[in-house]
Design a protein around this ligand. Structure first.
Ligand SMILES: *Cc1c(COP(=O)(O)O)cnc(C)c1O
Length: 396
């Protein structure tokens, strides 16, 4: 029996090495990686610049402490501020921790305004993490079941429904912030409407709420811009990051602007590992590579190409309900549960993922080329067609 706690349904494969969008398992079999460690390996596997920077840093120092000055952390914060237009950054180690920081920030902000039981508006089908506060914020009973009592102070509304947020504003004086994903990743790759963020900004301004965006999955070039909010010409007050930020090394961030940027004082929040030398070197180098290789543009163009090619290949395929996404965050919704496709694809040397039971999720490394994208679609489209012929349609 394995001594690893049984918290994951794992596939029977282990990888040994990688290069760009390719992975090799311990038997030497090659796979095209359209999952990137769930939107983590932004610059692909074993990027030579990232490998060199990490090797160099490990040879000098891995960790000191936030008790001391950390130059790489200062530089990384400067770089994130410049790329986002935000003011200050708190560093942590994961997406859940980044959202914990945001939720704490919102509560702190509320208390400062004299709200004794501050609440945060969250969305249905959202995913914010597995810690107690973030699973309470998450809009999925599956994530919460068995872990009650949940953390209170969240008010839930449907995704993409501004009127529902308005109704909360009119009736609930405890609300101090909204926490939203602009493309819901775990929720099935659902993209918010064009006017949604602007509408949220207006409601937040009218009520003195913080507009907080969970960009743990959408951030760092994933949607074809460095941050998903940059598609909409609207500035948020708080943004959370993690997945792609360190190119595979665990690093998360909660970034803030304006009043929210200066609320925390020494002692308000902290993390032992957060923003250490290894993590900051990984993130700085990842961001440098994204800029120097123009990977946001690549994600936009190749991502669009994948979507268009899939639409063409699967046009008039009964059972394909929708193909959607932004940049290199793409979902193919089928009319039935399709978790079995993950194994079929694995056997064929293709790494994909299924979320929300019936949505195939593609979040490849941002370095994927057009030719590699063609290979992906060339393999995936026939696989979907034959799955739909074999698998029984949903009863519904
Ligand atoms: C993955 C994810 C998280 C949780 O990140 P962890 O690093 O697993 O804690 C939070 N929010 C979103 C939108 C995510 O995709």
């Amino acid at each position: 029996m394995s001594h690893v706690m049984n918290t994951y349904g794992r596939l029977a494969v282990a990888f040994e090495r990688g290069e760009g969008v390719w992975l090799w398992d311990t038997q030497g079999k090659r796979y095209l990686d359209a999952l990137a460690g769930v939107a983590v390996n932004a610059v692909g596997h074993s990027h030579p610049k990232l490998v060199a920077a990490l090797r160099d840093q490990v040879g000098k120092l891995i960790h000191t402490s936030n008790i001391y000055q950390i130059t790489a952390q200062e530089k990384l914060a400067d770089r994130i501020a410049a790329a986002s237009g935000m003011d200050s950054v708190f560093f942590c180690n994961s997406g859940a921790e980044a959202n914990e920081a945001a939720i704490k920030l919102a509560r702190y902000y509320g208390h400062k305004k004299g709200v004794e039981t501050p609440a945060v508006v969250v969305l249905e089908k959202s995913f914010h993490g597995r810690t107690m506060a973030t699973l309470s914020a998450t809009g999925s009973r599956k994530v919460q079941a068995g872990f009650e009592p949940l953390v209170t102070g969240f008010v839930r509304v449907p995704f993409n429904d501004l009127e529902a947020v308005q109704r909360v504003a009119a009736s609930n004086r405890n609300v101090v912030a909204v926490l939203a994903e602009l493309v819901q990743g775990e929720g099935g790759v659902s993209v918010c409407g064009d006017g949604y963020l602007k509408g949220l900004r207006e409601i937040c301004d009218a009520n003195g709420w913080l507009l907080m965006l969970d960009e743990v999955q959408t951030g760092i070039g994933r949607t074809g811009r460095m941050f998903a909010f940059q598609h909409y010409g609207v500035m948020p007050d708080v943004v959370t990051l993690a997945k792609g930020l360190g190119g595979g090394v665990p690093v998360g961030a909660c970034i803030a602007r304006g009043e929210a940027a200066t609320l925390f004082k020494p002692g308000s929040h902290g993390s032992t590992f957060g923003g250490n030398l290894l993590a900051c070197t990984a993130a700085l180098t990842t961001l440098e590579i994204i800029d120097s290789e123009d990977l946001c543009r690549n994600a936009a163009e190749v991502g669009q190409h994948i979507q268009t090619s899939l639409k063409r290949a699967l046009a008039e395929t009964p059972g394909v309900r929708d193909i959607r996404g932004k940049g290199m965050m793409i979902g193919v919704e089928l009319d039935r549960p399709c978790g079995d496709l993950v194994k079929t694809a694995l056997e064929a040397g293709l790494l994909i993922n299924v979320t929300a039971e019936n949505v195939i999720r593609l979040v490849p490394p941002l370095v994927m080329s057009r030719a590699e994208a063609d290979q992906l679609v060339g393999q995936l489209a026939p696989m979907i067609r034959s799955f739909l012929l074999k698998a029984a349609p949903a009863a519904a």
